[in-house]
Design a protein around this ligand. Sequence first.
Ligand code: NAP
Length: 297
Amino acid sequence: MSIDRILVQCDCDRQPSVFDSIVAIDSGVNHVLRYCAVTPDSVVPLVHGAMFTRGGSALASTALFIGGSDVKLAESVFERVKATFFRNVRVSVLFDPSGCNTTASAAMVAMSRHIKPLGERALVLGGTGPVGQRVARLLAIRGASVDLVSRQKSRAEMVCNSILTEIGTGNIRPVEMSFEGIAGQEFLQSVREARMIVSAGAAGVVLLNESIRKQAHNAVVMVDLNAVPPSGIEGISPLNKASSLDSAYAYGAMGVGGIKMRIHRASIERLFQSNDAVLDAEEILCIGEELEAAQNP
Ligand SMILES: NC(=O)c1ccc[n+]([C@@H]2O[C@H](COP(=O)([O-])OP(=O)(O)OC[C@H]3O[C@@H](n4cnc5c(N)ncnc54)[C@H](OP(=O)(O)O)[C@@H]3O)[C@@H](O)[C@H]2O)c1
């Protein structure tokens, strides 16, 4: 007898994300139980409800999704969820607040179409935000030399240190974007050396104007994740998908949107294959890479 798939959507916002609920249903979930304003304390009874209701192999038919726009808060909720499980009394969990992991993974998959392996020089603009941090971390894990950019060097340094603490070893260094509004020499050098450029800055903010972009002579691929005009990389349109720009391939936010949606749906499906999957950035990237490999054997 088949048992209904239930996803417990734990969202830290005042209203649970409709987007995340619809993707869940489109990914074969029968029932989405939606909770809002979830905190590290209030998530515990939700996790207990998921863990203790169905036993044995039926546990794999219940899973958790952690979402919300406050990624820091969602991270604390995620930590509490993992600490609440014990032995094999657990359910699978997907962590994707604000789409940060699926978006970062989609950018990685797009870049891997043009640079294989990814162990080359990369520039991550907006590297201190939730998406940028994850792109930088995943690039470092895949062997790239990452320049992580912020408007403030100290912020970039803090994020680089925290990524290095998490991954143990990697090649990642902080870069300040500008000094008193003027692009600094270090930043310009990073632009000139980069083979991959990802813009993960706040929505509607230009981080790389055309004159600086044109100095990116070594760039093979550029990805701009900002969908709100103006573009983060001047000259990239949100619809660009492996479009030619200068001598590089360009992707806009919607150009990577198809990959992101496939990764999101496949990650939801993966939750129901066992009761112990914990899907964070690296696991979600692996799912994206598997999808890509299956599409281009
Ligand atoms: N396609 C999708 O499905 C999808 C999903 C999620 C996100 N996104 C997009 O991905 C991008 C990154 O998202 P996020 O949530 O990580 O971004 P975020 O936290 O809003 O911003 C990222 C970084 O941008 C920098 N920044 C903020 N305001 C700025 C300004 N006025 N001028 C220059 N830099 C500024 C900040 O870094 P410093 O202060 O350190 O300089 C910040 O840490 C956004 O454009 C978002 O819309 C797309």
